[in-house]
Design a protein around this ligand. Structure first.
Ligand code: ADP
Ligand code: MG
Length: 421
């Protein structure tokens, strides 16, 4: 089927109420509608879901959407159902469904009502589902969070590696991979595993021109340094990331006794407290959340004005994701990280018990973090280069938005700073 058969802007408006496509969306949609294998790399918030939802809604047959998080799938299904009068337009297939519910799903697919079928990868491997789907009209398979395929990604899931074999059993249908992981290594892995070397690849820029990047040497004065930084931004929202739960509690306490309104957030707190602290932050009852990486998945507060890393993260991928929570609205986003080589050694120690292959990957990722922290070139250039993107450090958007560019240092001098610590 040709994309020219559809008035895509009209369909966009009809289903989603938007009058414009965002970024590369229109090209991606056309690629999928014309039946090409397609690979989409866009930062979080870039609008990846619509890339496969719109084609699924206009094409004949059912699109299968593989996604790792059940909560995420439920949200999406609810959102799609609200776009239509047909309840069966989207379904989730998972192990929590009763026999009757599964039969309803099957009936809706058979009758051509279901346009989107969300499945967790482990459900898709179930013989019963595979043999049922083999007989049905399928438009394509979309694999969301496709970086789960790669051991170089931040969320490797073995069952993702098996998807290709299952899709083969379903027939010769186009595959769409989508991810926010921009490293060339992960991309290569995905294309290879999905056996789609000729896929149409769409990659959006990962540059966030409104974010300011700064690395400070980690000294024993770190706490007063952080307090001063926050007090200069009274009333503004910020996140402080720490490596351990203990450190989170400690810093939150230090801030509180120094008159900063802050709450802790980590997986050791019970669900009720976590939800309460998250709400307090979203409702601006507190300025600061001190958190482990447990905080942030799906947090969409547009006006976070700064993200502080008390401890350097274990990969540039994580650093990018975490700093990316600042300045979502396009306004100021100050990304300050404290760095000491001792912290790198600590992270290395954490990896000691892991399988060798995993350790090697972990060390390689850490080396990139060290490179970034110790570099004297444009941090934006370094970061984007890591993601396989060229950045013009003179004329590029946001070119002057980091400490190295604003206060150029001699390389030796920069290293000196780090070693003094
Ligand atoms: P991603 O999966 O890439 O992180 P999402 O698909 O969750 O991003 O979309 C992020 C946000 O962008 C959503 O709130 C979505 O409604 C919005 N969005 C997507 N496409 C458009 C568009 N064409 N116009 C306006 N908003 C859009
Ligand atoms: Mg998404």
């Amino acid at each position: 089927m040709k994309s020219t058969e559809f008035d895509l802007h009209k369909e966009l408006k009809r289903f989603f109420g938007f009058s414009q496509f965002k970024g590369l969306q229109e090209d991606v949609v056309k690629s999928i509608i014309s039946g090409h294998n397609t690979f989409v790399i866009m930062p979080t918030g870039g609008g990846k879901s619509l890339c496969y939802q719109l084609p699924a809604l206009v094409l004949e047959g059912t699109a299968i959407v593989v996604s790792p998080l059940i909560a995420l799938m439920k949200n999406q299904v609810d959102a799609i159902r609200s776009l239509s009068t047909e309840h069966g337009i989207a379904h989730v297939l998972n192990s929590s469904l009763t026999k009757t519910e599964v039969n309803q799903v099957k009936e809706d697919i058979r009758n051509g009502v279901t346009k989107l079928l969300y499945v967790a990868p482990e459900s898709l491997t179930k013989e019963e589902y595979v043999s049922f789907l083999q007989g049905e009209k399928l438009s394509f398979v979309a694999i969301d969070e496709a970086h789960c395929i790669s051991e170089w990604g931040h969320d490797f899931r073995p069952e993702y590696r098996n998807l290709r074999n299952i899709i083969k059993q379903l027939g010769n249908i186009p595959i769409i991979g989508l991810t926010a992981t921009a490293t060339p290594k992960v991309q290569e892995d995905i294309l290879k595993n999905l056996e789609m070397p000729k896929a149409n690849v769409f990659k959006a820029s990962f540059n966030r021109p409104n974010l300011y990047y700064e690395i400070r040497p980690k000294t024993k004065n770190i706490e007063s340094d952080i307090i001063r930084f926050i007090k200069q931004r009274q009333g503004k929202s910020g996140v402080i990331y720490c490596l351990s739960r203990k450190k989170v509690e400690e810093i939150a306490h230090v801030l509180q006794v120094n008159g900063v309104s802050a709450v802790p957030y980590h997986a050791g707190l019970d669900a009720k407290t976590r939800a309460k602290h998250q709400d307090m932050f979203l409702m601006e009852e507190v300025d600061v959340v001190v958190a482990t990486i447990a905080f942030g998945m799906g947090i969409d507060k547009p006006d976070v004005r700064y993200v502080i890393h008390h401890d350097i993260p274990k990969s540039l991928e994580s650093y990018y994701q975490e700093t990316g929570r600042a300045g979502r609205d396009g306004g100021e986003g100050y990304c300050l990280a404290y760095y000491s080589y001792k912290d790198i050694e600590k992270l290395e120690k954490f990896m000691a018990g892991k399988p060798i292959a995993e350790q090697e990957i972990g060390f390689a990722l850490l080396q990139e973090v060290v490179g970034y922290a110790e570099t004297s070139i444009s941090r934006r250039k370094f970061l984007l280069h890591y993601f396989g993107e060229e950045f013009d450090e003179v004329n590029g958007e946001g070119a002057d938005m980091d400490d190295n560019v604003r206060n150029p240092k001699h390389k030796v001098e920069a290293m000196d700073d780090v070693e003094k610590v």
